[in-house]
Design a protein around this ligand. Sequence first.
Ligand SMILES: NC(=O)c1ccc[n+]([C@@H]2O[C@H](COP(=O)([O-])OP(=O)(O)OC[C@H]3O[C@@H](n4cnc5c(N)ncnc54)[C@H](OP(=O)(O)O)[C@@H]3O)[C@@H](O)[C@H]2O)c1
Length: 320
Amino acid sequence: MRLALIGYGNVGKAFARLLAEQRSRFPFRIAGIHTARHGSAFDQRGLPLEPQFGPAVTPIAEFLGRARPDVVIEITPLEPATGEPAISHIRAAFEQHKHVVTANKGPIAHAYSALRQDAERAGVQFRFESTVMDGAPVYNMVRNNLPGVKVLGFTGVLNSTSKVVIAAMREGRTMEEGVEEARQMGITETDASFDIEGWDSAAKTAALANVLMQANVTPLEVDRRGIGRLTPDKLQMLLEKRKTVCLVSRARQTRSGVHLRVRAEVLAETDLLACVPGTSNLLLLHTDLMGTVGTISISPGVSQTAYGIFSDLVDISKTL
Ligand SMILES: NC(=O)c1ccc[n+]([C@@H]2O[C@H](COP(=O)([O-])OP(=O)(O)OC[C@H]3O[C@@H](n4cnc5c(N)ncnc54)[C@H](OP(=O)(O)O)[C@@H]3O)[C@@H](O)[C@H]2O)c1
């Protein structure tokens, strides 16, 4: 199976390493990579981990024409206000009847319903497991394991960077030091203010609501407040009371529609939402037939994001 990657940063490189490790079992090869500043690279036999980039081949349709992939992997940075240019990249792939896998939550948060219809018309698959909780099953859990269930709402701690930053400030370090620690781990958004101001969480919240609750919203409709006003002093005062803060996403179905909220909430250290350590994420789905059921990912990093993309590809490869 030939792949074209749009974006080759932390996630793209972790994904390429995973492919190299798994090549004997899964003969997937990267035939083309396109980036913003490094240019484009092509090799139908499969590109190495450190490819030689030539000039950027644009527009994206031309890049895809040269790479001739079976599947396009969209992993450019999140743009929370519009979801672009990723939405256009994905549409260009569908126009050429290519399957698409993305880890970029922007397109799912802004245009899920339209993109799903475009994919159906093109007769291709559109998969995005790693957009929320990396490789932990979220969409797949509902699709494969909860048939007939209606999701009425959800509660989640979905942003790892804010957890690393809050943990640092609880130890008396600054917010900037916490962000730098998360950046070193490769888990921040390209613009880390999107993590701190709650945009990443808002995009994940909108994406989950669009896919699991047919909400048809964008991140702009999420009632959002991030952790930007927290200080080490405030967190240390809470620590004395055995409390902490988590950036919590909440969704609930109301008579007037789906209500979505992202807030830095004060929680007891023993609260289920607060007691998963490090970068760990947790999502609880509130359903009609199965009560509350959830998924936890302990200390995920960029390798787990790579696995989320890989899991979508393994599924697609079964249909080719
Ligand atoms: N990092 C994580 O833990 C994680 C987890 C889940 C989901 N994600 C999502 O995965 C995506 C990628 O994240 P990342 O950490 O890999 O980001 P990153 O390290 O900042 O890399 C972004 C890549 O996209 C390229 N790029 C930027 N604008 C582009 C454009 N207009 N056209 C083509 N390429 C473009 C960049 O090119 P240059 O190399 O030339 O700058 C770079 O290669 C994001 O949407 C993020 O939200 C990340």
